[in-house]
Design a protein around this ligand. Structure first.
Ligand SMILES: [Cu+2]
Length: 78
């Protein structure tokens, strides 16, 4: 299994994908301080040849990054 995210500003070593497989029972716990403007990002599993099936079935999620600029916008907060 592997996973990766879209839109996060990270060095390539911190981005998962088919090249960074995690064995069954294993783990991968990248750590990095996120320092980028507010954004809506998403992630999903990335097994070779099965990504589309997994995402279509709902195996994906969001990262919602806020910052002072986005917090000041007249947008719903809940
Ligand atoms: Cu992707």
């Amino acid at each position: 299994m592997s996973s990766h995210w879209h839109g996060m500003h990270l060095p390539a070593a911190m981005v998962g994908g088919p090249h960074r497989m995690v064995p069954a029972g294993g783990s991968w716990a990248p750590e990095r301080t996120i320092a980028q403007p507010a954004a809506t990002l998403w992630y999903h599993p990335h097994p070779h040849g099965a990504t589309e099936t997994h995402v279509r079935r709902g195996l994906a999620g969001l990262f919602l990054l806020d910052d002072a600029e986005s917090a000041a916008l007249p947008l719903p907060k809940t």
